[in-house]
Design a protein around this ligand. Structure first.
Ligand code: SF4
Length: 251
């Protein structure tokens, strides 16, 4: 789904309540250093060629206008979530944008929670790590336990090593949310032992405060993808649930 505004919503979600979304990526395109086979925004190559991304100044203006408008119209805000069309930490102003968002949140809706959905490729950068540490919910993706499997499901651009990402995630000391997509494709199966066992070992090692397991929801760009049922995902993650890991499953 492509977003053409920097700040969109609020929309009502069962999980997040009244939620504002922030898209730090091009207004008419996708910008990501992954090209996941399940990406709701489609393949990177099919983007609409728009490379203009909002800077901190533009974000401040758009977010403050929206928050003021919500106050004026007595619309509550429970959460502010960075999602949008691609990877938000690729925006060069990401650290400054997080500071501005927290400042405006504190001023207008101090009880709202700030969440960032990220593919975790840039957590090794100190400024990105520091910014993610400041938000209430850094929600960080890890779909597969080896570089070879990540190539099949996430198709990263450039240098990507699961071991490096795991080392960077370790610095959160468990204070983050791990997000993992479960799906079957012709050459990737989240329920196979090569994926599941390695992934569970990483969860046990990093001990995230929450693990969000989800499956396909909307149209995916690749052919032949199959989703899992909630029951299947529950049964696959049962060993971790029994060990006391906080697993949230979304079908
Ligand atoms: S990380 Fe997110 S935005 Fe990037 S390709 Fe994957 S699903 Fe799409």
């Amino acid at each position: 789904m492509m977003r053409e505004e920097i700040v969109f919503g609020p929309i009502h979600s069962r999980r997040l309540g009244s939620s504002l979304g922030i898209n730090l990526l091009p207004e008419k395109g996708k910008l990501c250093n992954f090209d996941c086979i399940y990406c709701e925004c489609g393949w990177n190559k099919d983007g609409r060629g728009d490379k203009a991304i909002p800077d901190a100044k533009k974000l401040r203006k758009a977010l403050e206008a929206k928050l003021k408008d919500c106050v004026k119209n007595s619309v509550g805000i429970d959460s502010i979530t960075f999602s949008g069309d691609g990877e938000p930490t690729l925006n060069p102003d990401f650290p400054e944008i997080i500071s501005i968002t927290i400042e405006l949140r504190d001023r207008y809706f101090p009880s709202a929670k700030v969440s960032v959905l990220s593919n975790a490729t840039r957590v090794g950068k100190p400024e990105v790590f520091e910014a993610l540490k400041k938000v209430d919910n850094p929600i960080l993706k890890l779909d597969a336990p080896t570089d070879e499997l990540v190539r099949k499901i996430n198709q990263p651009h450039g240098d990507y090593h699961v071991a490096d990402v795991v080392e960077s995630l370790r610095k959160f000391d468990g204070d983050f949310v791990l997000q993992t997509m479960f799906l079957r494709s012709p050459d990737f199966d989240s329920s196979s032992s090569e994926v599941l066992d390695g992934w569970m070992a990483i969860v046990r090692d990093l001990k995230p405060r929450e693990v969000m397991v989800y499956t396909l929801d909307r149209e995916a760009p690749a052919e032949g993808l199959e989703k899992f049922t909630v029951e299947e995902m529950e049964s696959l993650t049962r060993p971790l649930i029994e060990e006391g890991v906080n697993i949230q499953i979304r079908g």
